[in-house]
Design a binder for this molecule. Structure first.
Ligand code: FAD
Length: 305
């Protein structure tokens, strides 16, 4: 039953009619639990609320699928507007972006040009920008672009994925750049040629890379909802006298909110990942596909505005 529901949500996430209807009618079906809003204003309100509750935020713009230079340029404009809004509203928030949304798959030159505009603005507004890690085919390109930009810009970081065999080496290489890294387990379906097929190995490697990166002394965003990995981080930090401001916990909006508050109350920095934008429906369906138990929220909220 769970597998069937998961498959249904995966299919719905790609259904063009459902996506069009979702754009027309705005956030529905309890999507607010996972998505900050269908536009920038709603996203700003959501960040404000988090900030007033002692949480940090990061905004991720869910734009149109980018298959042309024009749509990559449009997404870039949306991201520039988001940086302006973060500055204008004095939000404790940064920007998290997918390089494919600004043209990585069209050409590295297109992507670099758009990224430089974003990073110029990030310097001007003193706002951090994180390059997310996508599927394996874009991994090396993302790291190359990150390294090139890191020599010119301060406010930039990227992500590494524990499921990849290469990641321990990448972390040590990125240590030469004093990289601010988000550490994740990894979200894409990768082949066993490049990634650990067993979850237990991914969980083990996740803890290993957390230890390596923290001991390297670079800033870490520990992006997980996994109690075991979180307690491991705290243990490593305490044993090695790593101050609480050298790392932060990051979680998705709407996932384990009680744990987010608990960590905040223990004095840890907690940053919430807030996706927003027109393309909210696909993101929402993917969260349900990941965990069909979240369907309870949909049922409760179907008739609410
Ligand atoms: P899991 O072992 O999957 O889950 C641990 C526990 O967390 C579960 O037992 C459950 O209690 C809870 N949980 C997990 N997911 C859910 C859910 N959907 N609903 C309710 N409870 C849940 N991946 C990338 O590949 N690239 C990225 O750039 C990237 N950025 C991310 C940014 C943030 C802030 C976060 C939190 C994740 C990001 N991810 C990214 C996704 C990540 O790789 C994992 O796929 C995802 O976080 C699930 O793994 P987990 O660490 O939470 O552990």
């Amino acid at each position: 039953m769970e597998a069937l529901l998961s498959k249904t949500f995966q299919n719905l996430s790609k259904n063009s009619i459902a996506n069009k209807m979702a754009k027309k009618y705005g956030l529905r079906f309890g999507a607010k639990r996972f998505v900050a809003g269908s536009n920038l204003e709603q996203a700003v309100d959501c960040v404000r609320e988090l900030n007033s509750n002692g949480m940090l935020a990061m905004l991720n713009y869910l734009g149109e699928f980018t298959n042309s230079k024009t749509s990559a340029a449009e997404t870039t404009e949306d991201l520039l507007r988001t940086l302006d809004a973060i500055k204008d509203h004095q939000l404790n928030c940064y920007l998290s972006i997918k390089l494919t949304s600004i043209g990585l798959e069209i050409g590295e030159d297109v992507c670099s040009e758009n990224l430089q505009r974003i990073l110029d603005k990030s310097e001007a507004t003193d706002t951090f920008v994180r390059l997310e890690m996508e599927d394996y085919s874009n991994c090396q390109k993302t790291l190359d672009i990150f390294k090139e930009m890191k020599t010119k810009y301060r406010n930039i970081g990227t992500v590494v994925q524990a499921y990849l065999y290469r990641t321990e080496n990448d972390i040590n290489d990125l240590n030469n750049y004093n990289a601010n890294l988000r550490l994740v387990k990894g979200a894409y379906n990768e082949s066993s040629e490049v990634a650990y097929p067993n979850k237990a190995d991914v969980d083990k490697n996740y803890k290993n890379i957390i230890t390596t990166h923290l001991l390297n002394g670079n800033y870490a965003g520990i992006a997980t909802h996994d109690d075991d990995a979180i307690r491991h981080t705290i243990r490593v930090a305490e044993r090695n006298e790593i101050p609480k401001n050298n790392f932060e916990f990051q979680m998705l909006h709407g996932i384990r909110p009680e744990l987010q508050k608990q960590l905040r109350d223990e004095g840890y920095k907690v940053r919430v990942y807030l996706p927003f934008g027109n393309e909210w429906f696909g993101y929402f369906m993917r969260r349900l596909a990941e965990r069909p138990e979240n369907l309870t929220f949909v049922v409760k909220n179907t008739f609410k505005k």
